[in-house]
Write a protein that binds this ligand. Sequence first.
Ligand code: GDP
Ligand code: MG
Length: 452
Amino acid sequence: PKEGEENLRSPICCIMGHVDTGKTKLLDCIRGTNVQEGEAGGITQQIGATYFPAENIRERTRELKADAKLKVPGLLVIDTPGHESFTNLRSRGSSLCDLAILVVDIMHGLEPQTIESLNLLRMRDTEFIVALNKVDRLYGWKTCKNAPIVKAMKQQTKDVVNEFNMRLTGIITQFKEQGLNTELYYKNKEMGETFSIVPTSAITGEGIPDLLLLLVNWAQKTMVEKLTYVDDVQCTVLEVKVIEGHGTTIDVVLVNGVLHEGDQIVGPIVTTIRALLTPHPMKELRVKGTYVHHKEIKAAQGIKITAQGLEHAIAGTALHVIGPDDDIEAIKEQAMEDMESVLSRIDKSGEGVYVQASTLGSLEALLEFLKSPAVKIPVSGIGIGPVHKKDIMKAGVMLERKKEYATILAFDVKVTTDARELADEMGVKIFCADIIYHLFDQFKAYIESIKE
Ligand code: GDP
Ligand code: MG
């Protein structure tokens, strides 16, 4: 970059919200139209993420007459609900997700997972924009395909506008009840204090230009420091997956720096990057099982890595790269830090439930929740991944001490058949849920039933 010009990386944005609010569809909408209409292309479906180049964003937001210069190369959006780890985890003090979209269904308002997402975002101090989705479902809505929202609203009848306003007011009140000020983005005079709401339709595209522009503008206006590209590799494991022909692979998000084929990586084992893979661009997504190989990849990107020994990798942890002058032992120690920070949260009194979660990040979030004053459930043990017999054995220790704590709270993980059988035999309770609050509700009901 020229002197005085910022060298920014793409902001990383995640989509959160209750199930069925339209998170996936919103991304489809941003991607799809462009691909179908053959507009400024270059959008790539990445590993667990979609990369939207600035060129594309400019095209999509043209109608908003935004003369603001796009300083970021693009926007990397993390799209699946499975990627809890991404929003939850802070790697050495800095949050990986730069900002978020919180999707709310205008017909349903705030739902349990909306509130859960909201709390996670607040806990991490992550800025977010509310997409008030499914406006096309307002009775009598007149479609204005891909139009900016103000233009679309002008086309609507009084009845539609009234219903919109009524629902919007209700939702703003619901946010207020959560201690949050929100306002329609074009009426919001104090961005930062008050969170912006962008009405959208993921089916007909109204409000999508607004959402894109707001995200990018907000990021480059308020996060220049955070978004300034640095060479130090900052990389987080999203998922550990077995892929036919590649063995165990990890899907990562590279936030900063460059990864090369042959780089030595640590996290938690030391190994060498065999291949850096991304899927083929959008149109070729259906080509089964083939990936594009890269010699090197620069941040911010979503990447699949193949290497020996990746079955030991843990989703939610940081991946460290060993440079020529680095001390491997020191880096190994650093890699343990993530794990230890989680372990240190556990009450050492030794009495409490056993907690099992899918990723280090979700485990961290769950522990934080269980510790909160309104909940206060003590934890005596933790695990990551499916519930196995050994976990039942560990939880079973409580049977002698405090029977109600001989319980496993399993968050977003499977329970093996063996484990289930053993639990029944021993009298260890297992509660499973994909929503943190549901675990709490189940456990609370169980405690009450015991008391009776
Ligand atoms: P997710 O669970 O949040 O990812 O939700 P999906 O994207 O899978 O959407 C859930 C359902 O809502 C699907 O049937 C979508 O077609 C529908 N949907 C999503 N967005 C919209 C929208 O803006 N308008 C309407 N009418 N339906 C939508
Ligand atoms: Mg989805």
